[in-house]
Design a protein around this ligand. Structure first.
Ligand SMILES: [Zn+2]
Length: 397
């Protein structure tokens, strides 16, 4: 989710006199929705199971945005694609490592040998904080949660360097540029910078505890989007393209395409194909033909969603032209709950799984409006849900 949602909430609610020293979108929502709705934010059902499926989608966190939404236990956005006894992470929102343990991924029988012993790869849809904030947790505290036992270097794939700061939204003056020598590092650079930042700890763990060093365990990589599609991040942030396959091992083949999350760029969606079936992650995006092509005939489409009603509570009528511009800006970077069903239908996806819910503490019945225009199965995602992908198998974890 765009960080500007929080800025927007702060500005709007300050104007309405509701924030009074808290300054967060979450506090705003609590004020606007009340405890009854917040209490309905997480249904009481047990997490779904997917027994018998070798390939499974595991929802580790289903909350969208940097806000720590009151009234819900949903963790930050993160998912796992499990294939047999291995798994791949998609995004690393707040709580991802603890949630991987709660989901009993990897070695669950030993205090420190799992869950990351079974980790094969990490895939980041984009570099907004709510999608990457716990990557560093995986890479550092991972040394005591199985990462030290991986049988091969773990690749961390994500978008490359944006190449230019985003255009200024609203009137001048522009703010100062943060780290102007490299203001928009991509995934490869970000991972290298994380290692530098925590070098004291890595060296202590290596020299004192004889843990492997980062270069033996993981490396960052930029997804190779064709250069001509990356040429104009501020003019055409989601150029039409066909998917590119950029990663393959003996269990999965992973493809990517650009999606519409302007001004974030590059923002990616991923498709995982296994022997059993396919699962697609929208990342953060408004509707785009690129995603529909990537998700064609997918067994499972995991899609972000935002509720226009919530945005309207932040920017109520009447709106000035500037406020209306911001209103449209927010909705264009995400997909409304009433529009996501049509995206899944156009792709021919068999199951639509809603995750990255904004707001993260909305009652479930509001998300069920995603049925509109979709003839397949709808799952309103909940943390630790498991969803079988493609054909079932007698092989069990
Ligand atoms: Zn985002």
């Amino acid at each position: 989710m765009c960080g500007s949602v929080n800025d927007l909430a702060r500005a709007t609610l300050s104007r309405r006199g509701l924030l009074a020293g808290t300054g967060t979108a979450a506090a705003a929502l609590a004020a606007s929705s009340g405890p009854a709705e917040a209490a309905g934010a997480v249904p009481s059902r047990a997490p779904r199971r997917a027994d018998g499926h070798r390939t499974q989608l595991v929802l580790l966190g289903t909350s969208g945005g940097p806000a720590y939404w009151p009234g819900t236990t949903r963790a930050g956005i993160a998912s796992a694609v499990v294939v047999g006894d291995r798994f791949y992470l998609v995004d690393c929102g707040s709580g991802v490592l603890r949630q991987a343990r709660s989901a009993q991924l990897g070695n669950a029988s030993h205090d420190t040998d799992g869950p990351l012993d079974a980790l094969r790869g990490i895939f980041l849809t984009h570099l907004h904080s709510d999608h990457v904030v716990d990557l560093n947790n995986v890479l550092t505290e991972g040394l005591y949660n199985g990462l030290h036992l991986v049988d091969r270097q773990v690749p961390i794939w994500g978008p490359g360097n944006r190449g230019a700061i985003p255009p200024l939204f609203g009137p001048p003056p522009a703010p100062p540029v943060v780290t102007p020598d490299n203001p928009t590092p991509g995934t490869r650079e970000m991972v290298d910078l994380m290692v530098r930042t925590f070098a004291t700890d890595y060296n202590d763990r290596a020299f004192d505890n004889r843990k492997p060093v980062p270069s033996q365990l993981f490396a960052g990589h930029d997804v190779p989007i064709p250069a001509e599609r990356l040429a104009d991040p501020n003019g055409d942030p989601c150029p039409r393209m066909s998917p590119v396959t950029f990663y393959e091992d003996d269990l999965v083949r992973v493809s990517a395409t650009l999606v519409q999350h302007a001004p974030v760029f590059p923002a990616l969606a991923f498709r995982f194909d296994t022997e059993d079936g396919s699962v697609v992650f929208s990342g953060d995006t408004g509707p785009t033909d690129n995603l529909v092509e990537l998700a064609q005939d997918a067994d499972v489409l995991v899609h972000e969603v935002i509720d226009r009603e919530w945005v309207e509570t932040l920017l109520p009528e009447p709106r000035t032209p500037a406020q209306d511009g911001l209103f449209q800006h927010l909705l264009h970077a995400h997909t409304e709950v009433t529009a996501v069903g049509a995206v899944a239908e156009a792709a021919g996806a068999r199951t639509l799984v809603l995750s990255h819910l904004v707001p993260g503490n909305w009652p479930e019945h509001k998300w069920r409006r995603a049925r509109a225009g979709f003839s397949g199965e709808l799952v309103v995602g909940r943390d630790l849900d498991r969803i079988g992908v493609g054909r079932a198998s007698r092989r069990r974890r």
